[in-house]
Structures are given as structure tokens and as C-alpha cells.
Design a binder for this molecule. Structure first.
Ligand code: FAD
Ligand code: NAI
Length: 506
């Protein structure tokens, strides 16, 4: 036993020591080299999964790097549904871009602005700053030698009337905060004096449209919030609380394996979450959703569903800046879902524009995993390109010396160096095209259960339940951007377990 105690003690002390060391390094970054405006200007649009993965691995000494994004932080989206109910506080999953950039070897310029258009002929990006301090919109242009578009996607509404005006989305921190406030607004208003039965039922009806992973995870988090906190603190309205998930296809989580779809649907039934499949929402008003149900005999019926909170999670649509760029490139005329790219992620029809993440069409699903791998690939490609250019310049210099200098460098040595450099060049020029490696899919489904489709040897392992939930938690904890994020998320989990979620409405 003494040995077990000693080993445990040493491991905990080691882990604490290491954490303190990482925190110290984080708080005391080394001096940065100044930007070199004589180097090629690499403009990166966006601070999401794709662009930040690129920035993390990019050797910024090789380029004059400029980052443009309206969001001055990276957002760890997989834990965003947990922020809607206060299981996790929103700042725990945000990492300031300034802190990420400050840890690069050479300094990087950041502008908090939105790219409004790209002119591929003049090689400039028009950027717009809507700062409240200025009180006016400021527009300017940034020239680029190389451009990376990593602006993600916006929410798809398919032009369905009323969606933008009346529903909440779940993509950004502001969306999660808005949902959190609205849930409590519905609860407090339903508990208000002299409400009719019909009105309480409406207010306590939480409708989620879209049975993809976003809709499923949010529905699970919402039901947990109700069971673990609202039911105890506001018992008078609790029998009326209801979550309904509406999905146009015959089942939820279409990208997961059949066994996990069944497991999720059964778990939802146990949790008393109502699933309406083969139901397509056609119209949204202030208080109701109008949807068309396809019945087993194929006939259709239009139903009206009153709601208090409506969360719209029906996937991605192309952002205006991307649509505008696509319209300027003839080779993009047949692309619908984003910028079509070649195997090196170069935007088809251009030479110096790359696209990564949800705004790029490379043949993969729009996920953080794909975006991060594309960002890593591009960093490797750009680092290699810079090394290639440096080697080529050296070869040119040595070659001209060979021709001009009689006395200086002995020609045999110079020739040998050229030969060695050319061998190296051949190796680094041989960058393989981008290939995505799927690690698996994970989703939280409520009641401390999760589902996972994980790549295992050469096959696939489909698993669901409480153990998978522990795996889900540890996987996402380890994937958090920084030690600070990891510690904050862990503390939030402990805090909400011990004291319950904070239901105050700020
Ligand atoms: P984003 O991460 O969306 O980043 C886009 C960036 O571009 C942002 O910084 C934005 O501010 C910026 N931007 C926007 N417009 C402009 C402009 N005009 N000019 C300059 N910058 C601009 N995927 C998984 O693999 N696993 C998960 O568990 C998972 N969970 C998710 C949960 C939720 C709730 C959501 C919404 C998504 C989830 N995803 C998950 C999907 C994943 O988040 C996206 O695929 C990923 O964020 C795409 O990365 P991106 O860099 O392309 O875009
Ligand atoms: P999604 O595209 O995966 O799912 C949207 C769903 O909405 C579809 O099933 C569609 O049939 C349905 N829908 C569309 N219009 C409808 C209508 N009018 N009425 C009813 N249903 C309608 O979108 P989601 O969930 O936002 O995910 C976007 C991307 O992010 C996906 O690639 C997903 O894999 C990824 N993601 C991954 C997560 C994870 O791995 N845990 C979590 C969240 C997102």
C-alpha cells in the first residue's frame, strides 16, 4: 500500500508541477521577432478551428502574417451546447487570439474586423470594422501575396419565413448566452401570476429544429437542466416542461451508425424528449412553428406547434464574403456549398488563395476535426514553401558565385553544397496532397450518456452509454485549446455538479 500511495502522491505532484510550469510559460512568453514587411504578406481570414490550427503550426518568421476576424478569440465549439444551460461558463471555452499570437516566434498583425470582399485581380481584401467606440463603420483594404479564407459558415435557414426573426441559433457565444437568458425568461414568465394553462404550456415548450449533432446535444443538455435544476427550484411549473426535437429525415443523427441512432432515440424517449421525425418545418411565427408531417401511408399533414423557446439547428450555409468571391472566379460557377479547392486546398481557379474549414469544399463533412487537419496541413505546406524558397535562393547565390568568383569559395565545395541543397529540395518539394484521417464522431445525448463512432484498427467501434460519456468528457477536456481552458472547464463541471447550475438571468 505504501508503494501505491507513494506512486499516487508522485503522479499528482508531477501533474501539478507540470501544470504550474505550463501556466508560467503561458504567462511569460519569450520576446518576439518583429514582423518583416519585406517578406510575402500572408493574410488569414477567421479565428476559428481552421485558421487557428494553421496559426498554431505556422512558422510566422517566414511571412508577414496578418489575421482578420470579427471575433478576437478562438471558440471551442464542441462544448458550446453546455454553455446554453450554464453547465459550463462561456469564457471557459474561449481563448483570446492575442494570447495565441503572442506565443508565436515572430509577431503577427491582428485586425478585429470582418472581410467584406476579396478582389483576386488586385490581390486585396476589403475589411470593415463596426466598432461601437467609433460609432461608424470604417472600411479599408489590405493587400496580400497569399490569402487563406477560413471564415466558416453561417446558419442555414433555407429561406423559411420567420426563422431569422423568431428563433435562436447555436453557433457563437452570443447565441448560447441568448438561449440561456431566454430559457429562464420562459420559466419566470410561466411562473408569473395568473397565466392561463395554454400560455404556461406554450412557454414551457422548448422546440429544437434539426436532428443533427447540434440539435441532439442541445436537447440533451436542456432536459438535464430541467431535471437537475429547474424542477427542484421552480417545482410549480415543472410538469409542463417539454422538449421537442423536429427532424425532416426519418431519423436523428443521420451521420452516425444505425445502432447509435436507435440508442439515441430510445434514450430520448426515456428522458421524455419528444422526437418528431419526417417532419419539415415550413413557417415560423412569434409563438408557433408550422410543420408538415409525412405519415406512414405517405400522406402529409400540416400541424401548428406553439413554443416558448425555438432553437434552429439545421446546418450550414455559405457566408456572403465567400459567395461574393465565388462569383468572381469562373472556375467556381458550379460550386454551391463553398469554395471548391484542389488537393492542396488551393481555391480552384486561383493561384494564391487557399480555403480551409467549413467554407471550403474538399469532399469532407463540415466538422472541427476536418477544419483542424486542413489548418495543420496548410501550415506544413507554407513552412515547406518558405524553406523551398530559401533553398532556391541559396542555390542561385552559389551558382552565380561559381560563375563569377575565381578565388573565393572553392568551386568543388560550392558544387557539393548545391548538390546537397538540391537533394533536400527534392525531399521537401514532395509534399503529399491533403488527406483527412477520421478519428471518430462523439455526441452527448443527455442523462450523462454519450454516443461514439470511433475508428478502431481498420474498422469502426460504435458505443453509447455512461462509459462513453466519461470518454466524451476526457476527449473534449484533452482537446481544449489551452491549460487555462482545461482547468476552467473542469472547475465548471465540478461546480455545476456540486452546487447546481446558476439559474439567475443576467
Ligand atoms: P469557425 O470555427 O466557425 O470559424 C470561422 C471564423 O471566421 C470565426 O472566427 C469567425 O468570427 C470568422 N469570420 C466570420 N466571418 C468573417 C469574415 N467576413 N471575415 C473574417 N472572419 C470572419 N465539430 C466536430 O468535429 N466536433 C464537435 O463536437 C463539434 N461540435 C459542434 C458544436 C456546435 C454547437 C457547433 C455549432 C459546431 C460543432 N462542430 C463540431 C462543428 C465545428 O465547430 C465546425 O466545423 C468548425 O468550427 C469549422 O471551423 P472553421 O474554422 O471553418 O469555422
Ligand atoms: P446538420 O447539417 O448535421 O443537421 C441538420 C439537420 O436539420 C439535418 O438532419 C436536416 O435534415 C434537418 N433539417 C433541415 N431543415 C429542416 C427543416 N426545415 N425542418 C426540420 N429539420 C430540418 O447540422 P448541425 O447539427 O448544425 O451540424 C453542422 C455540422 O457540425 C455537421 O457537420 C456536424 O457533424 C458538425 N457537428 C458535430 C458535432 C459532434 O460531432 N458532436 C456537434 C455539432 C455539430
Amino acid at each position: 500500500f505504501r508503494w501505491v500511495w507513494r506512486a499516487t502522491y508522485l503522479s499528482v505532484a508531477g501533474l501539478l508541477g507540470y501544470t504550474c510550469y505550463v501556466i508560467y510559460l503561458d504567462r511569460h512568453p519569450a520576446e518576439q521577432k518583429a514582423r518583416d514587411p519585406n517578406k510575402k504578406t500572408l493574410v488569414i481570414l477567421g479565428t476559428g478551428w481552421a485558421s487557428v490550427s494553421l496559426l498554431k503550426k505556422l512558422d510566422t518568421e517566414n511571412y508577414n502574417v496578418v489575421v482578420v476576424s470579427p471575433r478576437n478569440y478562438f471558440l471551442f465549439t464542441p462544448l458550446l451546447p453546455s454553455c446554453t444551460t450554464g453547465t459550463i461558463e462561456h469564457r471557459s471555452i474561449m481563448e483570446p487570439i492575442r494570447s495565441i499570437l503572442r506565443h508565436k516566434r515572430a509577431s503577427v498583425q491582428y485586425y478585429e474586423a470582418e472581410a467584406s470582399s476579396v478582389d483576386p485581380d488586385r490581390k486585396v481584401v476589403k475589411i470593415t470594422d463596426n466598432s461601437e467606440v467609433k460609432g461608424a463603420t470604417v472600411e479599408t483594404e489590405i493587400p496580400y501575396d497569399m490569402l487563406v479564407v477560413g471564415v466558416g459558415a453561417e446558419n442555414a435557414t433555407f429561406g423559411i419565413p420567420g426563422v431569422r426573426e423568431h428563433s435562436c441559433f447555436l453557433k457563437e457565444i452570443g447565441d448560447a448566452q441568448h438561449i440561456r437568458k431566454k430559457i429562464m425568461d420562459c420559466v419566470e414568465t410561466a411562473a408569473f401570476k395568473d397565466q392561463s394553462n395554454e400560455e404556461v404550456n406554450r412557454l414551457m415548450h422548448m422546440v429544437v429544429v434539426g436532428g443533427g449533432p447540434t440539435g441532439v446535444e442541445f436537447a440533451g443538455e436542456l432536459q438535464d437542466f430541467f431535471e437537475e435544476d429547474i424542477k427542484k427550484l421552480v417545482p410549480e411549473i415543472s410538469p409542463r416542461f417539454k422538449v421537442t426535437l423536429i427532424e425532416a429525415l426519418p431519423n436523428v443523427l443521420p451521420s452516425f451508425s444505425k445502432q447509435l441512432i436507435d440508442y439515441t432515440e430510445n434514450t430520448f424517449r426515456e428522458e421524455k424528449i419528444d422526437i418528431m421525425t419526417k417532419t419539415m418545418v415550413k413557417n415560423v411565427t412569434k409563438d408557433t412553428v408550422e410543420a408538415e408531417i409525412t405519415k406512414p401511408d405517405g400522406s402529409k399533414e400540416l400541424i401548428v406547434i406553439p413554443y416558448g423557446l425555438l432553437v434552429w439547428a439545421t446546418g450550414n450555409a455559405v457566408r456572403p464574403v465567400v459567395r461574393d468571391l465565388m462569383a468572381k472566379i469562373p472556375a467556381q460557377k458550379d460550386s454551391r456549398r463553398g469554395l471548391a479547392v484542389n488537393p492542396y486546398l488551393v481555391v480552384q481557379g486561383t493561384r494564391d488563395i487557399w480555403a480551409i474549414g467549413d467554407c471550403a469544399v474538399a469532399g469532407y463533412a463540415p466538422t472541427a476535426q476536418v477544419a483542424a487537419q486542413e489548418g495543420n496541413f496548410l501550415a506544413h505546406l507554407f513552412n515547406t514553401m518558405a524553406r523551398t524558397e530559401a533553398q532556391e535562393a541559396r542555390i542561385q547565390e552559389l551558382s552565380s558565385n561559381l560563375n563569377l568568383v575565381q578565388g573565393g569559395t572553392p568551386p568543388a565545395e560550392a558544387a557539393q553544397e548545391i548538390e546537397a541543397l538540391e537533394r533536400q529540395l527534392k525531399k521537401i518539394r514532395n509534399v503529399k496532397p491533403f488527406r483527412y484521417t477520421h478519428q471518430g464522431s462523439l455526441a452527448y445525448i443527455g442523462s450523462e450518456k454519450a454516443v461514439a463512432d470511433v475508428s478502431w484498427w481498420n474498422g469502426n467501434l460504435a458505443t453509447g452509454g455512461s462509459l462513453t460519456y466519461l470518454f466524451w468528457r476526457s476527449a473534449y477536456l484533452s482537446m481544449c485549446f489551452s491549460t487555462r481552458n482545461r482547468v476552467l472547464v473542469l472547475l465548471d463541471w465540478l461546480k455545476s455538479k456540486a452546487f447546481g447550475r446558476d439559474i439567475s438571468r443576467e
